[in-house]
Ligand binder design. Structure first.
Ligand SMILES: *Cc1c(COP(=O)(O)O)cnc(C)c1O
Length: 373
């Protein structure tokens, strides 16, 4: 499409493509004229909003003529307490995407290089390119991060390394010992962002505690979100935990009111709601087991996942369809999943784990679309 202002845009921006979000349910409803759509496309929490958050938000509504607390004091305090860090190590964001962008904008110059993995989260190339910096994409190993190759890709121009653990869209997971060894190889003037958006879903024993490593590796920034396991995707709130001097710099760049009042209140409330978190994780574990067993039964190769989604190769069936084709056919059945051709995986689809009923609808729809027996 021609755009008369394109040559006015920054060079990096000229080559950007807008982020492709999961198709919204109402859009498909309008297109198909049906209402019982199942959306398993954006790794949202299938439990719905927690009752504790609903009650807290009702109270907060009356205060909406006021600006929110620009420092997010109460939420930062709750996070600092939960993770045993100082308040000045916490930075809040309008979703953790906001933080990924703030970090890049605060530290990366156009002459710098930013390292991330093939098939890693698409926001990393977007924020890198928007600045005009050089993206160094390291080839994946078994669909996940090849940390040895990533360490070898560091040059004197490297400023930032993004690592998603678990990774989206592949669900691959890095063991704590691998990550620790990697950190020992990174020079102290190269920042490492460990994006733990799915931390709460990862196995308790294996996931480790990267926040505790910040004392030893002050160049490490850990980011997490309230969008996934805490079920607040629509409110947009995430956070990073870092050395206080890094948080101080991020704080200079962020917009003064980047977290709105409802988001702050909801996040503060859900942090106390341990039952909600546990119920969501249990539902996810059961659904993951169910879908993986279904894929195994039908010889559909999937990538073992530590997140709240699973990525499956639908192009390996006898009719050899592409992921995009199967995605389109599933839409006709009222089921929205995520094609990931843009991540370099044209035969795969990413399925968010839903409720038992939603997973059932997906399995039926896929059975019909792929003619599974
Ligand atoms: C979902 C996701 C995020 C978080 O998104 P926000 O809603 O902006 O907090 C961050 N990183 C990865 C890898 C994700 O999948």
């Amino acid at each position: 499409m021609s755009n008369q202002f394109l040559n006015l845009a920054n060079q990096g921006v000229q080559k950007l493509h807008p982020y492709q979000a999961g198709k919204p349910t109402d859009e498909l409803e309008r297109e198909l004229g049906i209402t019982n759509i199942v959306k398993l496309a954006s790794n949202e929490n299938p439990l719905g909003l927690s009752e504790s958050v609903k009650a807290a938000l009702q109270k907060e509504v009356a205060e909406l003529t006021r600006y929110p607390d620009s420092n997010g004091y109460y939420l930062k305090q709750a996070l600092a307490k939960k993770y045993s860090v100082e308040l000045n190590q916490v930075t809040l964001g309008n979703g953790s995407n906001d933080l990924l962008e703030i970090i890049a904008r605060a530290f990366v110059a156009p002459s710098n290089e930013v390292i991330f993995a093939e098939h890693a989260f698409v926001v990393y190339p977007i924020v890198t390119q928007a600045i005009g910096a050089k993206a160094v994409v390291v080839k994946a190993k078994n669909y996940g991060h090849d940390l040895d190759a990533m360490a070898e890709a560091i040059t004197e121009n490297t400023k930032l390394i993004f690592i998603a653990n678990p990774n989206n869209p592949t669900g691959t997971f890095l063991e704590k010992t691998e990550l620790y060894t990697f950190l020992t190889k990174v020079p102290s003037d190269v920042l490492v962002v460990l994006d733990e958006a799915y931390f709460e879903y990862a196995d308790n024993e294996r996931r480790g505690n990267a926040i505790a490593w910040i004392a030893e590796f002050p160049n490490l920034i850990v980011s997490r979100t309230f969008s996934k396991a805490y079920g607040l995707a629509g409110l947009r709130v995430g956070y990073s935990i870092s050395h206080a001097d890094i948080a101080n710099i991020l704080n200079r760049v962020r917009q003064p009111f980047n977290c709105n009042a409802l988001a702050l209140k909801a996040a503060e409330t859900i942090l106390q709601d341990e039952d909600y978190l546990a119920a969501g994780v249990a539902l996810n574990n059961a659904g993951m087991k169910d879908l993986c067993a279904f894929f195994t039964k039908h010889n559909l190769e999937y990538i073992p996942s530590m997140g709240n989604f699973v990525t499956v190769n639908v192009g390996s069936t006898c009719d050899k369809k592409t992921g995009d084709e199967v995605y389109q056919q599933l839409l006709q059945e009222g089921v929205i999943v995520r094609p990931i051709t843009g991540y370099g995986l044209p035969k795969h689809l990413r399925i968010s784990i839903g409720t038992e009923a939603e997973n059932q609808r997906f399995k039926q729809a896929l059975t019909s679309v792929l003619n599974l027996q």
